[in-house]
Design a protein around this ligand. Structure first.
Ligand code: SF4
Length: 326
């Protein structure tokens, strides 16, 4: 029995860039470019990185909402590429997603009860209408909305309440794994904390494994057990959240963390990393280490050889010269 619920091996997604009157493929956007990560059962794994680093695409590849250009995804030891449509449909019950924008992700013409009931209707055909309504009422109570919410429309709720509706819908089939894609980014800070607390409670109550995709390292510190840092389609560092925050090994991780406010006054003099230039394009990925055009520690080898993701003691880093040894 594997202790990982999700594993990716060499996972890739390239999108063609079309040009000309005939729409011929001119280039490829290497959105995800060979990612190996492992998410343990019942943990919260946060995927962090700047906008455009490929984290959302990676989340969708894991859920098989996108077909990979290469590599594999394993769910509880099963290779998703080996599943036919029927088996994949069954497995979908176990894997759900909560979207970033609670305003856009709910159909404004549907009542909340119908929105939450949708996955039940699709996957549990034998359930009677009455049983389904009872289940929806229970779900709305679980996420703190109350059963009356079922008869209302999304526009009658605030942003935080709408995100609770999205969570109720994601929970409907009692999944084992939920991808939370920037799930609190569109909310006010005080509401964010309530939704994060709700997710933490639900994780414990339902033994959930969460993949939290975010650019906000404050959220990561609050919620995650382990972190994967992405840069330009690659995972450059993974580790326990405390280790990553205390002792980042990759220069890019150190840079991301230097922008996060530090609560402990003794640690406020942490060395800041200033990067040169702009983020390179995923169409024209730099040779060798793809961070070398921005990295203040780059040396000759960094321009020619891509550093592999090396692991030791549950810590991984892809750098020829990690900031302290791994
Ligand atoms: Fe910087 Fe070189 Fe490490 Fe890349 S491999 S992060 S360029 S030191």
């Amino acid at each position: 029995m594997t202790r990982n619920l999700v594993e990716t091996k060499g996972l890739k997604k390239y999108f063609p860039v079309k040009a000309g009157a005939f729409g011929t493929t001119k280039d490829m956007v290497r959105a995800v470019d060979g990612v190996d990560i492992a998410i343990r059962k019942r943990e919260t794994f946060a995927l962090v990185g700047e906008s455009g680093c490929g984290k959302t695409t990676l989340g969708r590849l894991i859920l098989k909402l996108l077909e990979p250009s290469g590599g594999e995804v394993f769910f509880d030891g099963v290779n998703l590429q080996d599943l036919d449509r029927r088996k994949m449909r069954e497995l979908r019950r176990d894997m759900q997603i909560i979207f970033q924008d609670p305003y856009a992700s709910l159909d404004p013409r549907m009542r909340v009860g119908d929105i939450v009931a949708e996955p039940l209707k699709t996957h549990i055909k034998e359930q009677t209408r009455r049983e389904r309504e009872e289940e929806v009422a229970k779900l709305l109570e679980i996420v703190g909305l109350g059963r009356d919410a079922a008869s209302k429309y999304p526009h009658q709720f605030s942003g935080g309440q709408r995100q609770r509706i999205g969570i109720a819908r994601a929970l409907a089939l009692r999944p084992r794994f939920i991808v939370c894609d920037e799930a609190v980014s569109a909310l006010d800070v005080s509401i964010q904390a309530q939704i994060l607390n709700l997710l933490r409670d639900l994780q414990e109550r339902f033994n959930l494994t969460l993949l939290f995709i975010t650019h906000d390292l404050g959220v990561v510190r609050h919620l995650a057990d382990r972190v994967g840092v992405m840069f330009l389609g690659k995972c450059v560092e993974t580790g326990a959240v405390t280790e990553i925050f205390e002792n980042p090994l990759h220069p890019y991780t150190r840079f991301l963390l230097s922008a996060v406010p530090v609560p402990d006054p003794h640690k406020r003099d942490r060395e800041k990393i200033l990067l040169k230039g702009d983020i390179p394009s995923p169409v024209d990925v730099p040779s060798g280490c793809r961070f070398h055009t921005r990295c203040p520690y780059a040396k000759g080898i960094c321009r020619s050889q891509e550093p592999p993701l090396r692991s030791e003691n549950s810590r991984s880093v892809a750098c020829h010269f990690p900031l302290s040894g791994v």
